[in-house]
Design a protein around this ligand. Structure first.
Ligand SMILES: CC(C)(COP(=O)(O)OP(=O)(O)OC[C@H]1O[C@@H](n2cnc3c(N)ncnc32)[C@H](O)[C@@H]1OP(=O)(O)O)[C@@H](O)C(=O)NCCC(=O)NCCSC(=O)CCS(=O)O
Length: 383
């Protein structure tokens, strides 16, 4: 999809996000990485610009246009900093998304205005030490006692874990029912017994707070059940579908930043009497990088269009994430190659892009899970 196929509103949102990323995000990304924390002020600015309420309708103070505008904005912010792209995608997609689709009117009114403005940040507590790809193998228990749910268990790899005010937590309510015995809950993170254990030390997106969380007799009102009892797995998987569009856009943004760094460098770096961009081996690499970036964007925006139209995009979102995340590692690696030895140094940005891109093949469903989902959907492929 080129500019011609975007609406004026989609272009304006993309350009606003691009300007913001270039002036307020990219210049600080390295400092945030060193601090292991994204500056609170920039998160507040994103809230004021509407970038944290992009899937929430106006009625709750959100800035929803459609998922195309959202994907374009995630790409731009991620080109500025992959860690901030993670915060944005996870907050919008799997933080706000479940409340929008499954929340009661009272739950939506209580949380969506704060989430949409960025005054509250959301996180998604599904994964457990023994339940990664096998999302239904949860051990966290929720017991109903005296009008309260009491949650106990351990969650792993919770992005925004330290920053979030609201956690969407998945737990076993009816062990005998297997997959149909899981439920979803809204847990304010200041509830006693919601314990953020540690921020993990990661290879990339180091400024994103990825935490282990334990639930220790964490008591929440009975009304904090999100959606129907027993529908927890469906709620989790339905939201990961949208989340995967966001992570694909994050991968694309990081890869595009790497490509642009490599293109700029190749025009300046002279070897054998001419800029290396004019050497065919480098020019061919740049051509392949550009082509793959544009192919990824088409897949992402196609999935986003389906989602905006309220259609299922399970396979398309998985295809977008699979292709974009694997493309991102390849493009970032080639960007380092074009920089030669300098690309391996922290003085140049491409080594960070390479590290930041790697996670996109793992979280919100690994490449192996995306292939499994795409293959499953082929059962309905018309011949
Ligand atoms: C590997 C899996 C695909 C296996 O899934 P299952 O076979 O166990 O599940 P199903 O039987 O297919 O579905 C169960 C239930 O959910 C409904 N469902 C499934 N998908 C959708 C959807 N897209 N929309 C709506 N509903 C859906 C389905 O109809 C069933 O409902 P009923 O029982 O019929 O009522 C799966 O386990 C999987 O995807 N695994 C990967 C998990 C994953 O991505 N984990 C990452 C978690 S988040 C993370 O990485 C942390 C980063 S962050 O902080 O975001």
């Amino acid at each position: 999809m080129n500019d011609l196929q975007l609406t004026e509103e989609q272009r304006m949102i993309r350009d606003m996000a691009r300007d913001f990323a270039r002036s307020e995000v990219a210049p600080h990304a390295q400092a945030w990485e060193q601090a292991g924390w994204i500056d609170d002020a920039v998160v507040a600015q994103m809230g004021a610009l509407g970038l944290l309420g992009m899937v929430v309708p106006d009625a709750w103070g959100g800035s929803y246009t459609d998922y195309v505008a959202y994907a374009l904005a995630v790409e731009e912010i991620s080109a500025g900093d992959g860690a901030l792209g993670a915060l944005m995608s996870i907050h919008n997609s799997v933080g706000c998304g479940p409340l929008l689709k499954y929340g009661s009117a009272a739950q939506q009114d209580a949380w969506l205005p704060a989430l949409a403005s960025g005054q509250a940040i959301g996180c998604f507590c599904l994964t457990e030490p023994q339940a990664g790809s096998e999302a239904n193998n949860l051990r966290t228990q929720a017991l109903l006692q005296d009008g309260h749910w009491v949650l106990n268990g351990a969650k792993q790899f919770v992005s925004n874990g330290k920053r979030a005010q609201l956690a969407i937590v998945f737990a076993v309510t009816d062990p005998a029912l297997g997959k149909k015995g899981l439920s979803a809950f809204l847990v304010p993170t200041d509830t006693p017994g919601f314990v953020v254990e540690r921020s993990e030390h990661k290879m990339g997106i180091k400024a994103s707070d990825t935490c282990a969380v334990t639930l220790q007799d964490c008591r929440i009102p009975q009304d904090n059940l999100l959606g129907e009892r027993g529908k927890g797995l469906a709620i989790a998987l339905a939201n990961l579908e949208g989340g995967r569009i966001g992570i694909a856009a994050q991968a694309l943004g990081i890869a595009r930043a790497a490509f642009e760094a490599a293109l700029g460098y190749s025009r300046e770096r002279v070897q054998f009497g001419k800029p290396i961009a004019e050497h065919q081996s480098v020019a061919n690499l740049l051509a392949d990088m550009h082509t793959r970036l544009n192919a990824a964007r088409l897949l992402i925006l196609h999935a986003a269009q389906l989602k905006s139209a309220g259609l299922s995009c399970l396979s398309e979102a998985s295809q977008a994430k699979l292709f974009a995340s694997e493309m991102a590692e390849w493009v970032c690696s080639k960007a380092i190659q074009i920089h030669g030895g300098y690309g391996y140094l922290e003085d140049f940005p491409v080594e960070k892009y390479y590290r930041d891109a790697r996670i996109t093949q793992i979280y919100e469903g690994s490449s192996e899970i995306q292939r499994l989902l795409i293959a499953r959907e082929l059962a309905h492929y018309p011949l």
